[in-house]
Design a protein around this ligand. Structure first.
Ligand SMILES: O=C(O)CCC(=O)C(=O)O
Ligand SMILES: [Fe+2]
Length: 197
């Protein structure tokens, strides 16, 4: 994975989590969703955060290492290993991870964007894990990831949000969007960050 990230700036891995682990994580997300713990995702950060349903319609629940369920804790531990592996090979100096569960109800989408807030550079690497069992092409909801840095044209990779699939890419380089899904689409999205950039 680290080699792929180094060579191309993005990488996709099916089966990053075993089916059992991914199902358990998915169950934790469903439980939190059903007990109303998610909120509508915003655009921008801090005081600038606003709800923009023309841009994104997902709902999120931030993962707090202290209170996350056992499957989420295990996933965070795996990401911690990935973070050190990336640092050892790419010298990116990633110091932590922040992430959230995301739910896209039927009809939801997220228009093309870069994962970086205006005027900041702390989110360096994006990691998205999908939690959808039995996803089929007719369900839509693919991630479109433009493969050329900085470009919102040209070649793109389409990723179906299948249970256990992980996508990792350089957050400031790769434009991406989520096409509309016709069934509920669940994932964990997060970012490895550098300090104070
Ligand atoms: O779920 C996905 O495929 C992408 C989500 C995304 O781009 C984001 O939350 O910033
Ligand atoms: Fe994104």
């Amino acid at each position: 994975m680290v080699e792929g990230l180094q060579a191309r700036g993005w990488v996709r891995l099916d089966g990053f989590l075993s089916e059992t682990d991914a199902r358990e994580l998915s169950a934790e997300s469903v439980e939190a969703w059903e007990s109303g713990e998610f909120r509508k995702a915003g655009v921008g950060r801090g005081e600038q955060r606003v709800i923009r349903e023309d841009i994104r319609r997902d709902h999120v629940l931030w993962l707090e290492p202290g209170t996350a369920g056992p499957a989420a804790q295990r996933y965070l531990a795996k990401l911690e290993e990935l973070r050190s592996a990336i640092n050892r090979s790419l010298f990116l100096g990633l110091f932590d991870f922040e992430g959230h569960f995301a739910v896209y109800p039927p009809g939801a989408f997220y228009k093309a964007h870069l994962d970086r807030h205006r005027g900041t550079a702390d989110r360096v690497v994006t990691a998205i894990l999908y939690l959808n069992d039995g996803w089929v092409p007719a369900d839509g909801g693919r991630l479109k990831l433009w493969t050329e840095p900085g470009s919102q044209e040209g070649p793109a990779e389409w990723v179906e949000p299948k249970l256990g699939t992980l996508v990792v890419f350089l957050a400031g380089d790769h434009w991406h969007e989520v096409e509309m899904a016709s069934r509920t689409r669940m994932s964990v999205t997060g970012w490895f960050r550098v300090r104070g950039a």
